[in-house]
Structures are given as structure tokens and as C-alpha cells.
Design a protein around this ligand. Structure first.
Ligand code: G3H
Ligand code: 13P
Ligand code: ZN
Length: 332
């Protein structure tokens, strides 16, 4: 058993309470590689922001869970080396799908886990979440649950609505499961294609796709029923058009990629939404910089030559999110 406390990590409890009270959101950035980890830490330290570094099941398979755990420990030490006296870094399991996976992470230094029972029938979601909460809380690890299903781009608009979190269920769900935070579905979704072109309108001036707005009425109803309770938004990449354009200009093929407009995330950050998940934007920033580099310097083959600009581009994006969208800067 390795406690996250030995690694210098923190859980989300105090962080979320401050974020809800202060009207800002904590960035939750997924990481799989050294460069992402370095860029996340540099951005958090430079902006004096708390940060959640999250690891999916796929990241554990790709990079190895043990290595990622030591990278998170390294992140704390690196932040100190960069001059941050009291780094507030969470190591979080993103989309845990079984009790066993959550337990394994809790036993191995994670300070927060998500148990995603959102695809299960309601009562089964509560039972599984409760089981994880009972185990996690013994070790002061916090637990994120999910209620409502994030829309897939293949869904029809009509069926997406029925997947939104039902406000009338949130009090019963959070009370009976004991979860510390709740991911809700109000129209965000994972990946770089969050909406089909048919679900969007086109801006007549630019010709760019404009997605339908998030369901703020549902968010506000949830806040009313669960005052002060930490709410999480998944699928919150904005899919920056300049990165998509760079990728496409240098041999990539991302037609009609579309994300969540930043003004809407800015608005959500001021509410009880206190954790905003961003993964795709990091992938786009990395890929754009690497494609551009290879196109301009075809003779380069030392990975440091193209990973350095990729790291810089991700760092720029992380800083932008922290300062301009989530408002978590100057909170340490
Ligand atoms: O929610 C999904 C995250 O973007 C993680 O994606 O499972 O491909 O690592 P992944
Ligand atoms: P994006 O694909 O929008 O970055 O969402 C990431 C996420 O929700 C991770 O859990
Ligand atoms: Zn997610």
C-alpha cells in the first residue's frame, strides 16, 4: 500500500470547496507522456494553479500504471524545484470502470478516483459507486461519480436529450452513493468531434461550425438541488480552430472537428462546476506542433527536436485554459 500522502499529492476535497466558493474550476488534464507531465507542471507552477493530473485506463495500458504514479510523484518534486513551495497536485483515475481498478489505484498512490457507472442502470450505478466510496474514504481518497450519459456524436439530437443528467435524481444519487463530486451530462462529449455538422449551424461570415449551446438550465437546476456540491464536466475540450488548421495545413485530416466554445466553459467555471476535463486539446496542440515541425524540417529525427516545440505548445494551451477560461490562477 502506498498512500498518496507519502508522494506529496492531495485529494480534491479542500481544492473543490475553495473552487466552488471562489467561482473558478480546477483544470483536470489527462497525461500519458513525459512531455505532457512537464508542460502541465510548468503551466501550473507559472500560473500558481492547483491541478489535477488524470490517468485513464488507456493511459495505464500505454505508459504503465507504476510509471505514471512515479511521474506524478516526480511532478510534485519538479513543481517544488520550479519554485512552488506548496504544490496542490491531485493524481486522479479518469473513468475507472470497476471496483478492482479503483482499488488498485487507491492502493498505489492515487489521491482521487472516478468510478464511472454512468452506463449502468441507476441502482447499479449507486451500488458500485458506494462500494468504491466506502473503500476510498478509509484512505481519505476522494471519489467522482457520473450520472447521465455523455452524448456520442453518433446519437440523434433527440436521444441526446434523454441522456442528460436528470436533476430530480442528483440528491438521491449523491446522498446514497456518498460520492464527493458528480460528473454530469449537459451536452459535452469526448474527443475532437463533439457534434456532427447537422447538429451545428454555420457562421455565415467564417463558414465555421457553431455548436448548439450546453444545457445550462439543467446545470442550474442541479446546483439548486445540491447547493455547493462539486460538479464535474467531462468532454470539455474546445478543439481550437488554429490547431486544427495547423494540423490540416501540414498533412493532417481533421475535417469539421468541433469542440465546446470557451465562453461557455468560462461561464460554467463560475458555477458549481469545479473540475473541467481536457484531453483532446492537449493531443491537438502536440500533434499540430509535431506535424508543423516535420513539414518544415524533414531532416530532423532526434525526438527532442520535435517534442520540445510540442511541449511548448501544450504548455501555452494549459496556461491559456488556466488563466483565460477556468480562472484557477493565483490560487496557491
Ligand atoms: O475520457 C477520455 C479521455 O480523453 C481519455 O482517453 O481513454 O483514450 O486515454 P483515453
Ligand atoms: P475531451 O475529449 O473533450 O478533452 O474530454 C476529456 C475527458 O473528459 C477526460 O475524461
Ligand atoms: Zn471523460
Amino acid at each position: 500500500m502506498t498512500s498518496y500522502k507519502e508522494l506529496g499529492l492531495v485529494n480534491t476535497r479542500e481544492m473543490f470547496a475553495k473552487a466552488v466558493a471562489g467561482g473558478y474550476a480546477i483544470p483536470a488534464f489527462n497525461f500519458n507522456t513525459l512531455e505532457q507531465m512537464q508542460a502541465i507542471v510548468q503551466a501550473a507552477v507559472e500560473t500558481k494553479s492547483p491541478v489535477i493530473m488524470q490517468v485513464s485506463k488507456g493511459a495505464r495500458n500505454y505508459a504503465n500504471g507504476t510509471i505514471l504514479r512515479y511521474m506524478a510523484q516526480g511532478a510534485v518534486e519538479y513543481a517544488k524545484e520550479l519554485g512552488c513551495e506548496n504544490p496542490q497536485i491531485v493524481l486522479h483515475l479518469d473513468h475507472g470502470d470497476t471496483f478492482e481498478l479503483c482499488k488498485d489505484c487507491i492502493d498505489n498512490g492515487f489521491s482521487s478516483v472516478m468510478i464511472d457507472g454512468s452506463s449502468l442502470p441507476y441502482e447499479e450505478n449507486i451500488a458500485l459507486t458506494k462500494k468504491v466510496v466506502e473503500y476510498a474514504h478509509k484512505f481519505d481518497v476522494t471519489v467522482e461519480a457520473e450520472l447521465g450519459v455523455l452524448a456520442g456524436v453518433e446519437d440523434e439530437v433527440a436521444s441526446e436529450v434523454s441522456h442528460y443528467t436528470k436533476p430530480e435524481e442528483v440528491v438521491d444519487f449523491s446522498t446514497r452513493s456518498g460520492c464527493d463530486s458528480l460528473a454530469i451530462s449537459i451536452g459535452t462529449s469526448h474527443g475532437a468531434y463533439k457534434f456532427t455538422p447537422e447538429q451545428c449551424t454555420r457562421d455565415p461570415k467564417t463558414g465555421k461550425l457553431v455548436p448548439p449551446p450546453l444545457a445550462f438550465d439543467i446545470l442550474h437546476e442541479i446546483e439548486k438541488r445540491l447547493p455547493g456540491f462539486p460538479i464535474v464536466l467531462h468532454g470539455s475540450s474546445s478543439v481550437p480552430q488554429d490547431e486544427v488548421d495547423t494540423i490540416n495545413a501540414h498533412g493532417g485530416k481533421l475535417p469539421d472537428a468541433v469542440g465546446i466554445p470557451e465562453e461557455q466553459l468560462r461561464e460554467a467555471s463560475k458555477s458549481a462546476v469545479c473540475k473541467i476535463n481536457i484531453d483532446s486539446d492537449s493531443r491537438l496542440a502536440m500533434t499540430a506542433a509535431i506535424r508543423k515541425h516535420f513539414d518544415e524540417k524533414p531532416g530532423d529525427f532526434d525526438p527532442r527536436q520535435y517534442l520540445k516545440p510540442a511541449r511548448e505548445n501544450m504548455k501555452k494551451m494549459y496556461i491559456h485554459k488556466i488563466v483565460e477560461v477556468l480562472g484557477s490562477n493565483n490560487k496557491l
